[in-house]
Write a protein that binds this ligand. Structure first.
Ligand SMILES: C[S@@+](CC[C@H](N)C(=O)[O-])C[C@H]1O[C@@H](n2cnc3c(N)ncnc32)[C@H](O)[C@@H]1O
Length: 309
């Protein structure tokens, strides 16, 4: 049975539809409960006007953004899923470094990076992989390389992007360091004189990373995307699990199109590439990454090869 127009329930439904249309995020019970809790604090007459305003608002407008801030889940931590990160360091990045030796340039994108941990981890892994392959030097000031490396981190949330740019992370509770492998601990420098203990990403990694707000449902590539060729590596993990099927397809098409010919794509454990996508699966130890099959548009059928490359 549908809720009477103007009731709290129907206004919640209208906003849930709006959130799905503009951000791709599907309806579910926890989201509905959260929204009902937020909206029930407002008188119904005010609420109806506000809902109409939000529906008419552009997804970049302050009204709409303040709503989405309250509904998105920004759960993340450094080196979440260590097997995935090892695969990127030992398999994906060495292959990319070998392929890009003539240009000595790497462009990476972490899409839906929440407060930035994944984007900084990509910078750290890239510097480590460059040093492992003799393309960078480990010194007392960190890792030094003459490669031109840039990592772009994006998220729909303005607040998350602000935290990410700051690059400082608190240590309390189940915080961002909960799964940090000991080998990567030297990449984080304790900040003194803070009210609560926190650490900052080391300067050699931090200076490679920039953050921009970007909606995966939008038609435009993110600000700062390479204009001459695509990204060498695009990573989008634990983001599309919140999307409905249609939005997931749309986001996936955008991500695939952003990958350079022979570039790589890494996804969350439950994400699947569409049938016929021109990417091959490259397996590691309980991890998989996708390499674009050179010379084909991202939606075209590849050789369908599965298994270790
Ligand atoms: C659970 S976090 C994942 C963070 C990180 N990728 C990881 O795996 O740890 C999901 C992030 O996706 C972002 N997000 C949700 N919908 C989005 C959209 N339409 N465009 C861009 N980011 C979105 C949320 O703001 C949130 O920060």
């Amino acid at each position: 049975m549908s809720a009477p127009p103007g009731s709290l329930e129907s206004l919640v439904r209208r906003l849930l539809d709006d959130v799905r249309r503009k951000a791709g995020i599907r309806h579910d019970r926890p989201l509905e409960r959260k929204l009902t809790r937020i909206l029930s604090a407002m008188p119904l007459a005010v609420l109806e006007l506000w809902v109409a305003q939000v529906e008419a608002a552009d997804p970049d407008s302050p009204d709409w953004l303040s709503l989405i801030e309250n509904l998105t889940i920004h759960e993340t931590y450094f080196f979440r899923d260590p097997q995935h990160h090892e695969h990127v360091r030992r398999r994906v990045l060495p292959a990319l470094i070998a392929a890009r030796r003539p240009e000595r340039r790497l462009r990476l994108w972490s899409a839906g990076c929440a407060s930035g941990e994944e984007a900084y981890a990509l910078a750290i892994l890239t510097l480590e992989a460059l040093a492992d392959s003799g393309e960078a030097r480990r010194g007392t000031d960190g890792i030094v390389t003459d490669w031109d490396v840039a990592v772009l981190g994006t998220d729909i949330s303005r607040i998350a992007m602000r935290q990410a740019r700051h690059g400082c992370y608190g240590e309390e509770g189940m915080g961002p360091f909960r799964d940090l492998p000991a080998a990567y601990a030297p990449w984080f420098v304790p900040l003194v004189g803070q009210a609560a203990p926190c650490r900052r990403v080391r300067e050699d990694a931090r200076r490679l990373v920039r953050f921009e707000r970007h909606n995966l449902m939008g038609a435009r590539p993110p600000e700062g995307a390479p204009t001459d060729h695509g990204f060498d590596l695009v990573s989008c993990r634990n983001v599309m699990i919140y999307f409905d099927d249609e939005s997931r397809d749309r986001a996936m098409r955008g991500l695939m199109a952003a990958v350079a010919a022979d570039g790589w794509l890494t996804l969350g454990a439950t994400d699947r590439l569409p049938e016929g996508a021109s990417f091959e699966r490259v397996h590691g130890d309980r991890a998989v990454a996708y390499r674009r099959v050179a010379g084909k548009a991202p939606g075209q059928a590849g050789p369908g090869k599965a298994g270790p490359a």
